[in-house]
Write a protein that binds this ligand. Sequence first.
Ligand SMILES: *Cc1c(COP(=O)(O)O)cnc(C)c1O
Length: 394
Amino acid sequence: MKPLAQELIARLEQLRKDNLYRQLRTVDSAQGPRIGMNGRELVNFSSNDYLGLANHEAVKEGALQAIRDFGAGTGASRLICGSQQIHHLLEERLAEFKGVEAALVFSTGYATALGTIPCLVGSGDVVIVDRLVHASLLDGARLSGAKLRVFDHNDLDDLESILRWAEKTVDSDGNVLVITESVFSMDGDQAPLHELVALKERFGAWLMVDEAHSVGLFGRRGSGLIEELGLVDRVEIQMGTLGKALGAAGGYIAGSRVMVDYLINRARSFIFSTAPNPASSGAASAALKLLETEGASRRQTVWMLAKTLHRILSPSVTTNPASLILPFHVGEEVQALALAKSLFENGLMVPAIRYPTVPKRQARLRITVTHGHTLEDLQTLESALRLFSGDPIH
Ligand SMILES: *Cc1c(COP(=O)(O)O)cnc(C)c1O
């Protein structure tokens, strides 16, 4: 046995060698299309604050009002004495927004997945996830103790063959849960939800869809891709985060009343955790209200920016971008780091995304467009990419 510090120094050294070492960088401003770092201003292409709500006056006022009314902390879990009116108001608004009976809020999206999946399936069941689902969904699936199978990304044939296998494997009281995302966090593409819904219905499986990157951006009311595709009544479990387009923090499940009642009784990350702070819930509630009036115009602006940047990055592709996430694929970790560094020196914040967030040797820059970017910002990015590669076009 080695002393802990010695062991960890060796492990960190290995990460550095593999170009996988990570470091925190202090941001000394609010979140936005421009952020401050070490006294410099950088154009920020890395945030998920898609609609520019994280620093919006009305959303901040929602947080402040919640603090005035309910304080800074909640003092206990929801089931002890922490279930404040502000949480119930947020859940009512979320349910209405998502067009479902009920919603339940957790402290983070990560805690939502970790609490929900093991609550719905366990040993004797099968859980099938898309190869590219977010770490929180994979961790929740592992924690559940259900048999875990992974289907190739967006591959309906592969999913079908696993569903066929699962049908034979589970006994009469076993269940099958399929998990995917409507917009994938690191690739920015969409799941074929119409086909997925039809497929899971044929097998009597349940479907959980994480809308982390589509809430606020799709659908007439902006509640997500499920709404846009008219599938609200056919997806049993809708998950999302309050920390991205909604500009606050927290996660949620939306669906039937009976599911929410069950989660309240059994989801461990809900039961054994202090209730979300009033500020986050107040901010999220204000963001939902704001979307009713400003959502459509904000969506229109960011989609216009995304289309422009998409044309710059992929001039040969004639389709519209599938989301506001426009990955710039590099491959080798060391090259992605060099490109990110070069962009940083040119005043642009676009971090390199590496393993384990994406597979090894599939490193990339994950460029996100947010409300508040200007056409000049997009041009600055274009020139900086051109400067680095001679030609940014892949
Ligand atoms: C960010 C993210 C989460 C986690 O949500 P947090 O609220 O940040 O914990 C879950 N799923 C996906 C797809 C995400 O991108």
